[in-house]
Design a protein around this ligand. Sequence first.
Ligand SMILES: Cc1cc2nc3c(=O)[nH]c(=O)nc-3n(C[C@H](O)[C@H](O)[C@H](O)COP(=O)(O)OP(=O)(O)OC[C@H]3O[C@@H](n4cnc5c(N)ncnc54)[C@H](O)[C@@H]3O)c2cc1C
Length: 209
Amino acid sequence: MKVELVSYTPNPVEACGRAAGICYDREQKEDYNSFIKRIIGYGHMDVIEHANFTFRIEGISRACSHQLVRHRHSSFSQRSQRYVSEKEAGYVIPSLDYLSAERRKESITLMEDYIRKSYEVYSRLVSLGVKKEDARFVLTNAAETKLYWTTNARSLRHFFIMRLDTSAQWEIRQMAQLAFDEAIKVAPPLFEDLKELRDTGHLRHHVYE
Ligand SMILES: Cc1cc2nc3c(=O)[nH]c(=O)nc-3n(C[C@H](O)[C@H](O)[C@H](O)COP(=O)(O)OP(=O)(O)OC[C@H]3O[C@@H](n4cnc5c(N)ncnc54)[C@H](O)[C@@H]3O)c2cc1C
């Protein structure tokens, strides 16, 4: 999978810091980094809704994208299965590393055979004149997809808190880790209190969302 931060609000920390400054009549802050960290610590979270982040994500399964699009304070543009042929599309399968080597091998073979068969049936249906939007009904949740995702820092923090946790499903957790690594590079104070969660899958201190 690939997660790329393709654009974001210029100077995101300063943008949020200026918004916070207007609340407290302190618009001339010089150190927006410590200011915004303090504001997040107070739980004054509307101010970080002023920074937006746009990710380009590819190589995730439809099982993963379905979970992602449940996050409502976001905008999505996803590769269409109505208009684009899935004949050449790839697929994602889990590592199944919790199984014994023997069971894992057999399970992966079963999955791959089934998924490949679904693509064969799909292609055959399309060649019989079935519309792509109808032929896709035979495809599986493993079908690879790509999308653009735009969301603000507050919603992104909420996503991270839910999806970096060990209780999240492995694929979206991996996606969340990659998105986190991109976001923290350009706006450390907005996300650095979640670093432990990114690394361990657990939060031992209280954070505001
Ligand atoms: C471990 C795990 C297991 C899950 N299992 C299931 C499952 O079995 N079935 C299933 O359907 N989903 C499941 N989900 C998805 C989950 O229920 C949410 O749909 C998804 O995580 C989006 O999160 P959200 O609703 O908190 O946040 P977002 O949509 O990202 O919204 C952020 C926050 O805004 C507020 N908000 C947004 N919309 C509303 C609203 N309409 N009313 C009130 N407040 C709102 C809430 O405070 C919300 O937490 C699971 C998620 C996880 C992490």
